[in-house]
Design a protein around this ligand. Structure first.
Ligand SMILES: *Cc1c(COP(=O)(O)O)cnc(C)c1O
Length: 385
């Protein structure tokens, strides 16, 4: 089976991890801050806080932005459930903004409209989670302008997008957001096993994120309510969690980070080749916005079902049967049973639901060979026939 995504672990990665295993610290040692510095150097953000997953990073980012009971978070229906669940962890509620039918990212137009309505109804959100689906940035210029106008904080969920750029600057520089979150799950662009990172340019947010990832405990005199010269003293000043990343994971992440640029340019070669060789088929291929360089986590095609005699399920099943590990990203979050129980209904977000009817993610990872890609294309041609 050619999977839809996969990691590549080479000798240098293994060496970096073994080095940590042989050292004095396997968690909370010197490598986590080295990985964090690697990410701030790469993105240009001022501060980075490594955690055990992007889900944890989203959770403590919401808390750091004071999201709580009575507050509202908005995100897109076309995302992994974690982008919405983070609000519910904090006791806040969730609402969704429909997607742009060309980019599949949150629609700036729909966002504008929804802000106007929400202001009338006194239901303005405190936080917006903008998800860079497939690795292509949302239109952050416009999103930031609207968010500022309505006093709404912005988290970029860049789980798909490390290594990508927007307006010639690395995604994660936080010029358009309060916090950006990355995932290092093995299926993403670089991996630490499990792992995530929150980056920000705001010192107060970085302090809060640091506290929340480790029980709300500090040994920093400047943060203590009663500074003490007793060396054993620590203070718990928030209710935090154990969301720490280990040095073992950080070593793998840091080793992979060194290769990020190469990984993403390989993904672009594969994407360009797909675009060239799939042109003749009844498909909608990914649309690139101006001033954008995608991280290319995913390569999503949409079937022009009115030109095909088969259903999406038939095409999907045929591809799987010929050993192509296609997938669907994503089932709209608001149609999940848990969210239906919260009151969302099928029909609430038509563009997202339309997208879900005909999307398929083709295999996309930097070690996908031309021969494997040819296999994918041949299987797709067959399946569409
Ligand atoms: C993978 C993913 C997450 C969650 O990442 P984990 O590191 O697995 O917690 C969140 N949001 C999006 C958009 C993702 O793709």
């Amino acid at each position: 089976m050619i999977p839809y995504g996969k990691q590549e672990i080479t000798a240098d990665d293994i060496e970096a991890v073994v080095k940590v295993l042989k050292s004095d610290f396997i968690t909370q040692g010197p490598v986590v801050p080295q990985f964090e510095k690697g990410i701030t150097d790469y993105t240009g953000a001022k501060y980075a806080v490594a955690v055990n997953s992007a889900t944890s990073a989203l959770h403590i980012s919401c808390l750091a932005l004071d999201l709580g009971k009575g507050d509202i978070l908005w995100t897109t229906p076309i995302t992994f459930v974690a982008s919405a669940n983070c609000a519910l962890y904090c006791g806040a509620s969730v609402d969704f903004v429909d997607i742009n039918p060309q980019t599949y990212n949150i629609s700036a137009e729909a966002l504008n409209y929804k802000f106007v309505e929400a202001e009338k109804n006194n239901k303005l959100p405190k936080v917006l989670v903008a998800v860079h689906l497939t690795g292509q940035s949302c239109e952050m210029n416009e999103i930031k302008r609207l968010a500022d106008q309505y006093n709404c904080k912005v988290i970029e969920d860049a789980s798909h997008a490390i290594g990508g750029k927007y307006q010639n600057k690395p995604i994660g520089n936080c010029l358009y957001s309060d916090i950006t979150v990355f995932s290092f799950h093995p299926v993403k662009i670089i991996t630490s096993g499990e792992g995530g990172m929150a980056v920000t340019n705001q010192k107060t947010l970085s302090n809060k994120l640091n506290l929340l990832r480790s029980h709300g405990i500090t040994r920093d005199q400047s943060l203590m309510t009663q500074p003490s010269d007793e060396a054993w003293i620590y203070e718990q000043i928030e209710l935090g969690f154990n969301y720490r990343m280990t040095d073992i994971h950080a070593a793998l992440g840091l080793s992979q980070l060194k290769k990020l640029g190469g990984f993403v340019s390989e993904r672009h070669k594969i994407s360009n080749r797909y675009k060239r060789l799939l042109k003749h088929l009844p498909l909608t291929l990914p649309h690139e916005i101006e001033d954008s360089y995608s991280g290319l986590h995913l390569f999503v095609i949409r079937l022009k079902l009115d030109l095909i005699s088969k259903s999406r399920k038939e095409v999907f099943d045929a591809l799987r049967a010929s050993g192509i590990g296609v997938n669907i990203h994503y089932i709209p979050v608001h149609t999940q049973p848990f969210y239906q129980n919260l009151g969302f209904k099928t029909g609430d977000f038509p563009e997202s639901e339309k997208y879900y009817q005909d999307c398929i993610s083709l295999p996309m990872y930097h070690t996908l060979s031309e021969a494997q890609q040819d296999e994918v294309i041949a299987a797709l041609e067959d399946a569409l026939r």
